[in-house]
Design a protein around this ligand. Structure first.
Ligand SMILES: [Zn+2]
Length: 96
């Protein structure tokens, strides 16, 4: 899932409330930023100018951040309804 972040709206260093693995968030943000375009170009700075931006790595990390944001939203919503399984998309199991 695409993240809500962009070059004008960078992902925060601190994970959003409800992120399941905060340490993983920190690493994903670091690599997301490493794979941003070299200033003044449309080439990834980490991929040494060989890859047009967005490069494959940036797309992967952006997707991981998007998934983390979505899971944190579900987890926060589930905690308010006391249904922890909702956080993991296991609503059917929670009702079984
Ligand atoms: Zn790259």
């Amino acid at each position: 899932m695409k993240s809500p972040y962009s070059l004008k709206n960078l992902p925060p260093d601190d994970p959003p409330a409800g992120v399941i693995c905060p340490g993983l968030w920190t690493m994903q943000v670091r690599y997301w930023r490493l794979h941003t375009p070299r200033p003044g170009t449309k080439r990834c700075q980490e991929c040494k100018g060989t890859a047009a931006w967005p490069c494959h790595s940036w797309l992967c990390y952006d997707g991981l951040l998007g998934d983390a944001v979505e899971a944190s939203r579900r987890r926060e919503a589930a905690s308010s309804t006391n249904e922890p399984a909702e956080a993991y998309g296991l609503a059917a199991l929670a009702r079984a």
